[in-house]
Design a protein around this ligand. Sequence first.
Ligand SMILES: Cc1cc2nc3c(=O)[nH]c(=O)nc-3n(C[C@H](O)[C@H](O)[C@H](O)COP(=O)(O)O)c2cc1C
Length: 167
Amino acid sequence: MQECSIEKAFSSFKPESCIFVISVDAAGKPSGMIAGWNMKCSFDPPLLAISLQKKGYTHELINNSKEFVIAVPNKGLEEEINFFGTTHGDEVDKFSATGIKMSQSKYIEPPLLTDATINFECKLEKKVVVGDHILYIGRVVATYINEGKKVLMNMGQGNDERIFEEF
Ligand SMILES: Cc1cc2nc3c(=O)[nH]c(=O)nc-3n(C[C@H](O)[C@H](O)[C@H](O)COP(=O)(O)O)c2cc1C
């Protein structure tokens, strides 16, 4: 065992589920990003948390709309993960560019991802500034599953290495 940097320790702390976080602007136009830093935090009420960098377009959309969808991908969505996780919604329309399929949510404006394995409709419950990130805690108001589809995890050991496997 040897002492290492926090960057090395965090980037080796895998696998990580790479979920889509989708929100909308004031006109209802959707955009989103990928967040590997995510967790379930409560059953009653049902709460999920995502940790987002303070910069970034999706973070701005969530701050304003107070609503977001968390979509858990499978192996069919790797290209879209790479695109949503490396481009910025104020520079490119990620939905048109990828053609990713969306479905209407029941209680919130941001859309669901039709082909994702699991979708959660979330209303912003609480926002906690945690160092250089912000923890957005969402109250889940509706959940959807595509039975038979699996969940994709990123096994890559580096910060930018992505090796996807399904479980
Ligand atoms: C596999 C993967 C995991 C990521 N995890 C996070 C994360 O947990 N938090 C975060 O703020 N950004 C994360 N990112 C980076 C954002 O998805 C990326 O900065 C994105 O381009 C932001 O888009 P936006 O500016 O349109 O919101 C991740 C990217 C990838 C590819």
